[in-house]
Every structure is written in C-alpha cells, then in structure tokens.
Design a binder for this molecule. Structure first.
Ligand code: NI
Length: 386
C-alpha cells in the first residue's frame, strides 16, 4: 500500500478526527457538532467555507487558478443504534452511533483537503469538498443539490468504507453499484366480523396471507433471473382477538433493484398483484409505492479515473466491489454529473466473521482512512492535472 506522502503527513490527524467524530455521533440533519468540527478543521486550509448548506452541511471550495471543477463528497450522519464496544472512542451520545463509517468518510475528506492544499503546484482548477448531512434515509444529497452545492462541478466522486472487503482493497465498478431502495406501504381492507361466521365477513388476515406469498412471486417469476431485485415485507400488523375477524391489515416493506427498468417492473407488478388478490377475495388493497434513492450508477470514464487513482495506492488490490442491494444518496449527484462511487475495504485482516455496517459493534480498520484519502487526492490530481 502506497499512502500519498502528503496524506501520510496527516495520518495521525485523520485518525484523531475520526475518533472525535465517533464519540459525538449525530442523526440526520442534526449534525451541528459535526459541522462545527468540520468548519474548525477547515480553518487551516485555503478554502472558501459555506455553512450551513442543506441545514447542517458544509461546502469548502478550493480554488487554484483556471481549470475544471470537480466535487468530492463525504456524508456525515450516524444511526439510532446503541454502540456495543469497549473502544476508548466509543459513542458518548447514548442511543446514537457511527455504525456505517461516515465518521471515517468525513475524516478522509478533511485529510484530502489539507493534502491538496499543500499540493497546489500539482493541479489547476477548483475542488468542491461536500460535507453532506442525512444520507441515512433522509436524502441529504437532494438538499445539497437544491442549495447549489454541485454548481459548477463537472464530475463528482464519493467513497464508502466497506467492511465487506478487507482493508487494503478498493472496489471500483462501472454502471450500477447500489440499488434503488423504494418503500412500499399496503393496507388490506376487508370487513370485520365474528370468528364463527367468516361467511359474513372479509377476512383481512387471510387475504394478507395470500398477498404476502403472491408478492414473493414477483421477483422469482416476473424478474429476469439475470437481473437483481428484492422485495421484503418487514412489517405486518392487524387483528384484535382470537375470535374476531380482522377488518384491516397493514404491511410495509422495501422493493429494490439495480436497473430503472426492473424498478418500474416491480412497481407495476406490485400494483397488479395487490389489485388481483384483492379482487379474488373481495377485499380492497391499497398500495402506496414511494420512491426512495434511485440506483447509484457510475460513469465508465470516471470509473477508469478512480481505478487508476486507486491502483497507485493499493496496486493489484483494485477489483470488483462487494455488491449489495443497499441504497445510497450519492445516486442523486451521479444523475446530475458523471462520476464514480467507490468502496474502500475496511475490514481488519483475518476478521471472522466480518462485522457488517449498521451493527452495534461495527468498527473498521483505521488504516483504510489513509487509503481512501490517498485515492481522493490522486483522483483530484488526475482530473485537474496542471
Ligand atoms: Ni453508509
């Protein structure tokens, strides 16, 4: 592994920032302390700081003569999870935890700011460093774009520390890398009655049972087996007592796909199955399909840039990323400008099992921070070569 020398000089500082952030995790759109720390850390650099952007976000613009403009992005928020850890930098904010590694994302990007400031003789142009709130389900990226954070940028890059891969590896891939993550809410409306007289009622629980099974036929029977999709119903509520036929059942779940065409197929089939099952049993089934994040799709040319930039850091250990059906609001930037979202392996070597993201004992190998920051630096140097 070849950490960029200017990043290596910042290594201790990057780790210290990460640990301070880890101790003070904040939920989506509440990242006030996080933003304060970012603004303080930016004081030493020659950047133009805008804050607040998108409520709790920060944009630092580094200008260095004439040239193209690119955006580098880090998300800032934590999760409503109680940390289970003995680490000295454990969360001090009860019930909130940096369980996805966004503390590391901020630290890496701040490291890149200082390194690129010191490397001004090697590049020309403008770099917008986007510190974005509310990635975890609240589409902070949309607020950032609405507030003009992306204005002028011709390309955008973002990274995720990735515990599904060993530290020392970087996952890079053209095309879709994260799924569309939509939300499905279903109300099954039957007619209540006595458990002894089902013929006088429409049993919403029985209908929901059929619906639950029929919904699972969508991915297995309607989606091309070579495409990826998932429908998961995570919530089912209804009923009053052992001898009462329920009038109402409520279901909630998620529908996910990598490709927009598959996403539209899921949406259409969900509607048809709800309609059909309802008609079969004389119930009314209401479906609300709410778009979540779109698929995160990497541009081929920008992906090549990242592959080369990462290759200079980890050599042969640049490969295909571990893919998941998770969603990521980086998708919104990549719909506006070409760019690439890449994965920085962060699982400690030999860890078995690997601790997944969003787990109460999530942690990562901090050696990944220097790797991620170095890749960001190399991307900027290549995109903005003097
Ligand atoms: Ni995340």
């Amino acid at each position: 592994v070849k950490i960029h020398p200017k990043v290596a000089e910042e290594a201790a500082r990057i780790v210290s920032i990460r640990r301070r952030l880890h101790q003070q995790p904040e939920l989506s759109f509440q990242e006030h302390g996080t933003a304060k720390l970012i603004v303080e850390e930016l004081r030493g650099a020659r950047v133009d700081v805008r804050h607040p952007v998108a409520r709790t976000g920060v944009v630092a613009t580094m200008q260095n003569g004439d040239g193209p403009c690119i955006a580098l992005r880090a998300d800032m928020d934590a999760l409503p999870i109680t940390e289970s850890s003995n680490a000295p930098y454990k969360s001090q904010n009860e019930g909130v935890m940096h369980a996805c590694g966004h503390d590391g994302h901020v630290a890496m990007l701040l490291g890149a700011v200082r390194a690129l400031d010191a490397l001004r003789s090697e590049w020309r142009g403008t770099i917008k460093f986007l510190f974005q709130p509310a990635e975890e389900g609240h589409a902070g990226a949309v607020s950032m774009i609405e507030d003009g954070a992306l204005e002028g940028a011709a390309a955008a890059f973002g990274a995720h520390l990735w515990n599904f891969q060993d530290v020392g590896t970087v996952g890079v891939r053209a095309g879709p890398v994260m799924a569309a993550a939509d939300r499905v809410t279903i109300n099954v409306r039957g007619r209540g009655g006595h458990g002894a007289a089902p013929h006088q009622a429409v049993d919403a629980i029985m209908v929901a049972g059929h619906l639950l099974v029929a919904l699972q036929s969508i991915v297995s029977r309607s989606v091309d087996p070579l495409d990826s999709a998932v429908i998961s119903i995570g919530e089912l509520r209804g009923g009053y007592g052992y001898n009462i036929i329920a009038d109402d059942v409520f279901l909630r779940g998620t529908a996910r796909a990598y490709r927009e065409e598959v996403r539209q197929l899921l949406r259409r089939r969900l509607g048809e199955v709800c309609e059909g099952v309802g008609r079969t049993f004389g119930a009314k089934i209401e479906l609300e399909y709410r778009d979540g994040y779109p698929p995160t799709v990497n541009d081929a040319a920008m992906t090549d840039v990242v592959r080369r930039a990462a290759g200079r850091v980890v050599g042969e250990a640049v490969g295909e990323p571990y893919m998941s059906m998770g969603g990521e609001d980086m998708a919104y930037y990549l719909r506006r400008v070409p760019g690439c979202f890449f994965f920085v392996g962060s699982s400690p070597l030999g860890a078995s099992p690997r601790i997944p993201h969003h787990h109460p004992s999530f942690d990562f190998d901090e050696a990944a921070l220097g790797i991620g920051a170095s890749v960001f630096v190399n991307i900027a140097l290549d995109m903005l070569r003097a």
